[in-house]
Write a protein that binds this ligand. Structure first.
Ligand SMILES: *Cc1c(COP(=O)(O)O)cnc(C)c1O
Length: 221
């Protein structure tokens, strides 16, 4: 078996075990395979092995890579998991099926306009800065409810869920727990949380979308 296919199978088995331990429905957890920095030769074996959801953190990198990979193949779901600048919204709406980094009104407004213009309905996750880190993207926990409300009422955006990236040097569990509570309070079932180092913990806390890169594709060097 190809190395990528083996990595993918191993991660899927760990996800399945974590889902069972949590007493959750296996269909409720989507693996988003994060392919940033990896090329077509590394991605193709994952598609061949049946993987359909992929994550990229830069619009330009994804726009260079994915149209060729998608061409003539099975229907794929592309997730933008990195920050989105408003001047890239047009390209992002054309290419991606989900955006996990919605975190400000200006972006909400631009997405709303562009989704209408292109007649595309993307799945949108509001990124929450659960660790309140100054350098990190995302709305603050205390501002999440009002931001989601503005996305819905003012910008007419159908928010699907919440996303977080816990601080690197902390136990992620309290951050996952916080995101799950925030989602619960807002009627948002989808939770994008958990990476290679902590996706099993995230699943225990209700993650519906785990974003896993290096555990599948190897280290990014
Ligand atoms: C790179 C990245 C991931 C995947 O990280 P790994 O540790 O390689 O699994 C997940 N989420 C975001 C936002 C990322 O930028």
């Amino acid at each position: 078996m190809n190395e990528v296919a083996a990595g993918l199978a191993a991660v899927k088995a760990r996800i399945a075990a974590a889902v069972i331990r949590a007493g959750r429905d296996p269909a409720a957890v989507t693996l988003v395979a994060v392919t940033k920095t990896f090329g077509a030769d590394e991605i193709r074996p994952a598609i061949a092995a049946g993987q359909r959801d992929f994550g990229e953190n830069r619009v330009q990198e994804a726009a260079a890579k994915w149209p060729g990979l998608k061409n003539g193949g099975p229907k794929l779901n592309l997730h933008l998991i990195g920050p989105l600048q408003t001047n890239k919204v047009r390209d992002a709406v054309a290419l991606f099926d989900a955006i996990h980094s919605l975190d400000r009104d200006k972006l909400a407004e631009a997405l709303s306009k562009e989704m209408a213009r292109q007649e595309r309905r993307l799945a949108l996750f509001v990124q929450v800065n659960t660790g309140e880190e100054p350098q990190k993207a995302g709305v603050l926990p205390g501002e999440t409810a009002s931001f989601v409300e503005r996305c819905r009422a003012k910008h007419g955006l159908p928010v699907k869920g919440l996303m977080c990236i816990p601080p690197q040097d902390e136990d992620p569990a309290p951050h996952f727990d916080m995101l799950a509570r925030l989602g619960d309070g807002l009627g948002l079932r989808a939770l994008s949380m958990g990476m290679s180092g902590d996706f099993e913990t995230a699943i225990a806390h209700g993650a519906t979308h785990v974003r896993v890169g290096s555990a599948i594709f190897g280290s990014r060097g």
